[in-house]
Design a protein around this ligand. Sequence first.
Ligand SMILES: [Zn+2]
Ligand SMILES: [Zn+2]
Length: 121
Amino acid sequence: MVSKKYNLESQLRNLFENSQEPLCYSQIESSLNTKYNKTSVYRQLEKLLNNGVLNKLETNKGSFYELKSSSNNHLHTHCKICNDIKCIADQTIKPSEGVSGFVNEQFSLVIEGLCGKCSKQ
Ligand SMILES: [Zn+2]
Ligand SMILES: [Zn+2]
């Protein structure tokens, strides 16, 4: 029997590997094949964060997650109205460049504002 925990972890890894944009909790939850309770999903996300698999992005509408391997220190834009988040892959920065001895572990590079659609309304 395959344990439930293994299933959830592989489902999450799969989900993020196939996603072009960062995902928030409700998107993650609705993409899972099996119904898990919130605590299990958050615990698994936390584990993937600690293992360096995922990267967490904080916005004024909550957290988003994305694969760390795809997040080579790039910027994100987040729309405060429709909650749309995008990776700006060609805008890479090195936050700790020049800070000697500092080890990067987590990046949360989000520009808050209005997307093209919402800014026209
Ligand atoms: Zn918007
Ligand atoms: Zn990204």
